[in-house]
Design a protein around this ligand. Structure first.
Ligand code: FMN
Length: 338
């Protein structure tokens, strides 16, 4: 999370239940995007909860390894940050944006935006506890009336030793409704000297350029638009890089290969029973835009084995590959005539 660089960084947003090790590795195989673990409970980590450790498996991943923590207690978050640093993390991110009831009812996630003293104390404790950079990911505030909370907190986080802010341009009450407010992200950026990463509704290279120019941010973070489409991370990275921009959209066959590799990783890390069930939703996302996608999605929900999913992938992508091959040949003929 450097202050500036030649190429604005592109991040895959942490998404619980989605951006596990398998998806993070896929994203990094096909793009230069930075990735982050799903959010990890500081409390659970301190209790050495097995599922939390499985979520981590940090040391096995390639650097830079960014791990996201959530928690309200400054001492707990600091101690958990130390565990993560020892486990091989190269950076810690603190979640101050999660809107879900089970998190905010404990004063964690976006609830910290309503308690600026605690939000600053948590960040300070973590930044003091580790020698690796600590960043904060937040929403704008709790609700419309408090939508300046992040901008007010930004100088306090800076003073607390935070290295970077990632701002999702919505309030907690919005959850995912409405458009992300990039002007409000610009206000957070203007309130601090820290590098700020813009997040919310970046779904294309053009969006990424617009988000950077409207916010003055140092980089962008992409969440939902990368579901089933990790190539978007490569497209955006190429668009933001200086110099010639080389990016070729994947063919249906390439999409199938990546989906198959995603499945293989899930099987390796989670076993067939869980891996197949988790791959169902990814497969549905990978199918977006294909002919017969609705029927394929319905069939994926009934898939019980890796073999079922592999057969569905062939059924999904191979006709599309034949069609695009035929279209390429047609185009070749046309250009010969001309
Ligand atoms: C299914 C799902 C899970 C999410 N889990 C997390 C999480 O663990 N930590 C976090 O900071 N944000 C989480 N988010 C929020 C995203 O990181 C991101 O801020 C949000 O989706 C806005 O970006 P987008 O418009 O590009 O999707 C999650 C979002 C979704 C849709």
């Amino acid at each position: 999370m450097e202050k500036s660089g030649l190429t604005p960084p592109v991040y895959l947003a942490p998404m619980a239940g989605v951006t596990d090790r398998a998806f993070r590795e896929i994203a990094r195989e096909i793009s230069p995007a930075r990735v982050m673990t799903e959010m990890i409970s500081a409390k659970a980590l301190l209790r050495n909860n097995r599922k939390t450790w499985a979520m981590l498996a940090l040391a096995a991943e390639a650097p830079p390894r960014l791990a996201q923590l959530f928690g309200r207690d400054a001492g707990e978050v600091a101690a958990a940050a130390q565990i993560l640093a020892e486990a091989g993390a190269d950076g810690i991110n603190i979640n101050m944006g999660c809107p879900t009831a089970k998190i905010v009812k404990n004063g964690e996630g976006a609830a910290l935006l309503r308690d600026p003293a605690q939000a600053a104390a948590v960040a300070r404790a973590a930044a003091r506890a580790v020698s690796i950079p600590v960043s904060v990911k937040c929403r704008l505030g709790w609700n419309e009336a408090e939508a300046d909370a992040a901008a007010r907190l930004a100088p306090r986080w800076e003073e607390a030793g935070v290295a970077c802010l990632i701002v999702h341009g919505r309030t907690r009450e919005q959850f995912y409704a409405g458009r992300a407010d990039w002007a409000a992200i610009a206000a957070v950026r203007a309130a601090t000297g820290l590098p700020v990463i813009a997040n919310g509704d970046v779904a294309s290279p053009a969006d990424a350029r617009a988000a950077l120019s409207q916010t003055g941010c140092a980089g962008v973070m992409i969440g939902r638009a990368a579901l089933g489409n990790p190539w978007l991370l490569a497209a955006v990275s190429a668009a933001l890089a200086p110099g010639p921009r080389v990016w070729r959209p994947p063919s249906p066959l390439e999409r199938e290969k990546v989906a198959l590799r995603h499945l293989d990783k899930l099987l390796a890390y989670k076993g067939e029973y869980i891996g197949v069930r988790e791959m169902r939703k990814h497969f549905a996302w990978y199918c977006k835009g294909l002919r017969g996608a609705a029927a394929l999605r319905a069939a994926a929900l009934r898939a019980e084995s890796a073999a079922d999913l592999r057969a569905l992938m062939r059924e999904a992508f191979e006709p599309a590959e034949r069609e695009s091959e035929a279209a390429r040949r047609e185009k070749g003929k046309d250009s010969q005539v001309c």
